[in-house]
Design a protein around this ligand. Structure first.
Ligand SMILES: C[S@@+](CC[C@H](N)C(=O)[O-])C[C@H]1O[C@@H](n2cnc3c(N)ncnc32)[C@H](O)[C@@H]1O
Length: 278
């Protein structure tokens, strides 16, 4: 699931899963948003565009950090993905976030309209990185910063104990590292190189180990992981007998249980932070 068409097709079922698990997922992933907020060096009154915001991060964290004088445009290819964001913002009285449907390949914004462009776990899905980054650069003001957090290695515990176990039993249709998909930027230096090639200056790339605490037992973390990434597993898992599937799931939960302490499951996360200046 990497190109815009497949994202749009899977959107309704994905939006349901993202909406269901969003509160726990937000707790699990908040260190990823904190990393973006701190790298973005925000100042009062800034306008920030977040790409692929889904159910709301890091858009909410950016809006909180900016305060009422700043403005965040949360955007996603899939409008349904942002329905929970809209609801949560209204319920919490957050008035400095606006949701806009936007494909990062063709941003519906004027040149130089943002001080910052951010994206958490979204840029790697771009089917044409050159086009997406040139759009990011176009909508940034001169001296504006692009700040992205993407997944690091697929061999990290979070994935080795989930996708890695599945891959022993079925063929997963997940593109290899380096290709559009979750692990596009796993090869060290690849995000740096892409930002440089797009014309950004003062480019930095850092691999960061983050706490990634699911606020519940390993079995629940797996239930959420599998709901949230279901379509990425392909059809093969669903075609297994229920006994075989249950045995694989037990193997995964057992592996994740090593990271469960006091009802919190934290396999940590290795992410890549990329920063570039227009
Ligand atoms: C893994 S989710 C990340 C969501 C959120 N930023 C987070 O960290 O929780 C990736 C998001 O990128 C969006 N996306 C995928 N391709 C896109 C594109 N071409 N343009 C804009 N958004 C896209 C998806 O719809 C999805 O909501």
């Amino acid at each position: 699931m990497t190109n815009p068409e497949s994202f749009r097709k899977q959107a309704p079922s994905m939006a349901e899963a993202w909406t269901k698990w969003r509160a726990s997922f937000r707790k699990q992933t908040c260190a990823g948003s904190d990393l973006i907020v701190s790298a973005a060096a925000l100042t009062k009154g800034m306008r920030v565009l977040d790409l692929g915001s889904g159910v709301g991060e890091p858009a909410f964290a950016l809006a909180a950090a900016l305060g009422p004088t700043g403005h965040v445009v949360a955007s996603d290819l899939v409008l349904e993905a942002m329905s929970a964001l809209t609801e949560d913002a209204q319920r919490a009285g957050v008035s400095n976030i606006e949701c806009v449907q936007a494909n990062m390949q063709a941003l519906p914004f004027g040149d130089a309209s943002f001080d910052r462009v951010t994206g958490r776990l979204s840029l790697m899905f771009s089917p044409d990185l050159e086009v997406a980054l040139s759009e990011v650069r176009r909508v940034l003001k001169p001296e504006g910063l692009a700040v992205f957090v993407v997944w690091g290695s697929p061999d990290q515990p979070l994935f080795a104990n989930t996708l890695g176990v599945l891959a022993k039993h079925i063929t997963l249709p997940i593109p290899p590292s380096g290709e559009p998909g979750p692990f596009r930027f796993a090869p060290s230096g690849s995000l740096h190189q892409a930002l440089r090639a797009a014309g950004f200056r003062d480019v930095e790339e850092r691999t960061c180990a983050l706490s990634w605490p699911w606020p519940g037992p390993a079995s629940e973390m797996w239930a959420a992981f599998s709901d949230l990434s279901g379509p990425a597993f392909g059809d093969e898992l669903g075609q297994l007998s229920s006994e075989r599937r249950a045995a694989i799931e037990r193997e995964i939960i057992e592996a994740l249980t090593a990271y469960e302490h006091d009802n919190v499951t934290d396999p940590q996360a290795s992410v890549v932070l990329g920063i570039g200046r227009r």
